[in-house]
Structure formats: C-alpha cells, structure tokens
Design a protein around this ligand. Structure first.
Ligand code: PMV
Length: 327
C-alpha cells in the first residue's frame, strides 16, 4: 500500500420534481447542488485505531472490529462499518486511519448530507487502496447510507456520486437530463425538522383513503416530470417555474405542506421567483425556488429578512471528486 492520504468530496442534492410519487413507481428528477462535503483520510500508525472528527464532534475508535447494535448506531458508527467492510474487501490488516469531515451542506433538512458523507467517505477510503470507479463508490455508499437511513432508496447516494440532473426511477438505471441554462435556485430552510418516514406513512394513508384521487394526482406528477425534461433541455426558466408551481400544488393536495411552507412559497413567488415548491419529504425541511439569476440577491435578502436561512445554489455537474492522493 503506497497511498497514505486522500481527500474526496461529494455534493448535496435537491429533489426537483416527483418526490413521494417516486415511492409508487413514478419518475423523479434529482439535482446535485454546489454545496459539498469533504472527507480527508490519512493512514496512521496507531494500531488499528480510527480517529474521526467532523465540524461538530470527535471520536476515537480503539479498533475496527467493534460490535454495534444495528438499531442503535451512534453518529460515526456507519463510517466504522464502512472502514471495516473495505478493509475486509481489500484484505487490509493493522492499519489505522485519521478521518476528518467538513461540510457546507446543512444537516437534517433534506439536502442529502448523509448521502454525501457516505459517498465521500467511501470514495476517500477506497482510493487509498485502489482506483475506484463511480459504480464501486455508489454501491459501497448505498450500503453505508442504509445503516443511517434504514429505508433509503439509494437516490441520494446516486445523485451525489454522478452529479448533474438525473431522471430516477426505483429499480431502474438512471438517465441523465440535459439542460441549457444556468438555472439559479434558492434553498430556504423552513426551520422545521421533519421525519421522512412519518411523511411517507402519511402519504400512504392518503393513497389508501383516497385511492382514485391519488392515482389521478400521480398521473399528473408523471406528466410534470416529462414536461420538465423538455423545459430544462430548452433552457426555459418560465416553463420550468410553472411546472415547479404545479408540482407543489400536487404535494399540497396529498397533505404534506403546512402553513409555514405555504407562507414562504407565497413570499418567494410574490418576490419574483419563477416558481417554488417544497422539496423532499415535506412537513418542514426545505423549499426550493427557481429565481431569475439577476434577482437572486434581492429575493434572498427579502426571505432572510423574514428570519429564514437561504442558500443560493446551481446545478453541480461533477458529482463525487477524488481531490488529492498523496503517495
Ligand atoms: O426529504 P428527503 O430528502 O428524505 O426525501 C424524501 C423523498 C421521498 O420521495 C418522500 C421518499 C423517498 O424515499 O423517495
């Protein structure tokens, strides 16, 4: 083993169209955003201890073969699982690691921070032992992500690995979507924590209670995704904005919006956004707003003045990057 250090980074994501309906076999459009999480790994000669440090916490694992309670993992345990798995795969013994994680992806508001940590960690560790390709990284990262979110569909790891704009359907190969504009988005944190599991359950109940209505809404959501592929390919911001507004109405109809979300959406649209919608599970989390690039700062300030955190983003085309390898 010659490589002693590596650094990898991976982007966060938003769901642009099709959340929830994707659970029922519809397509969704996923977009990687230019917010990144970096993982730095150094091989150390300290038994097989693993030192991990993130922006907010620090822990030393004395050895890699720790017994975990699968249903009660602590913050860094999934990363140790990942190290152990890669060490087993590559038949590595008696190696210690120093792992440092820093991120500009806000946590817990549906922007794919745990997907990005899974992708970047796997990319950085794998690249110490071999030259990994994106498929290796994605498959390993999906396993790590399943430890963090038991019911993860793998969508966050996929978009964080490949970057760009992607049409995603459960159990199918993804398709890249071409786009011809520098689509400029604002992400607004509602400040309300949400549980994806609870919101998915809520939609399931709705789909059972109002089955015929749900089927119709789902068909419309499918059409919106198909139309959005065209508007984005044509670089049409107005058309894409209208589809964003329509998609949000469907999410409202299935019961995952609330007064805070509606208030922020009205404010952004009134301030001049092409369109705004909740993104991801709903009930809180984040809102996305497609805005004219020249109006971005003005709209951002207006929403910040209401007391919300706002993050301007564009599409990230790179996906996972292995940035540095020191031999
Ligand atoms: O808020 P997030 O990033 O956890 O997104 C959830 C997306 C859902 O469609 C609601 C669930 C899923 O697994 O696709």
């Amino acid at each position: 083993m010659n490589i002693r250090e590596s650094t990898a980074s991976a982007p966060g994501k938003i769901i642009l169209f099709g959340e929830h309906f994707v659970v029922y076999g519809n397509p969704a459009i996923l977009m990687a955003v230019n917010m990144r999480l970096n993982v730095y790994i150094k091989v150390i000669h300290d038994g097989n201890k693993i030192h991990i440090q993130s922006d907010s916490r620090k822990k030393i694992y004395d050895q890699i073969n720790i017994k975990f309670k699968k249903d009660k993992l602590s913050f860094f345990d999934p990363i140790i699982h990942t190290c152990r798995k890669i060490f087993d795969q590559e038949k590595i013994q008696n190696v210690g690691l120093n792992i440092k994680i820093n991120s500009d992806i806000p946590n817990g508001i549906g922007l794919g921070s745990s997907g990005a940590v899974s992708v970047a960690t796997n990319a950085a560790i794998l690249s110490i032992f071999k030259k990994p390709n994106k498929t290796d990284i994605f498959l390993n990262a999906s396993e790590t992500e399943k430890l963090i979110h038991k019911y993860s569909s793998g969508a966050d790891c996929l978009i964080s690995t490949v970057g760009g704009l992607v049409l995603y359907k459960k159990n199918q190969k993804y398709r890249r979507i071409n786009y011809n504009n520098k689509f400029s988005f604002l992400i607004i944190d509602t400040g309300i924590k949400h549980s994806t599991k609870k919101m998915v359950e809520k939609v399931k109940k709705f789909s059972e209670r109002e089955n015929e209505r749900f089927i119709k809404i789902k068909e419309t959501a499918n059409q919106i995704c198909n139309d959005a592929i065209k508007t984005m390919k044509n670089g049409d911001e107005i058309g894409t904005g209208l589809l964003i507004r329509e998609n949000h109405k469907l999410l409202e109809q299935i019961g995952i919006s609330n007064v805070v979300i509606e208030k922020i959406i009205k404010k952004t649209n009134d301030a001049g956004a092409f369109g705004s919608k909740l993104t991801g599970a709903g009930g809180g989390g984040s809102i996305i707003s497609l805005v004219p690039i020249e109006e971005k700062e003005r709209i951002k300030k207006r929403i910040e003045n209401q007391g919300y955190r706002v993050f301007p983003v564009i599409i990230d085309n790179q996906g996972v990057l292995i940035k540095k390898i020191v031999r």
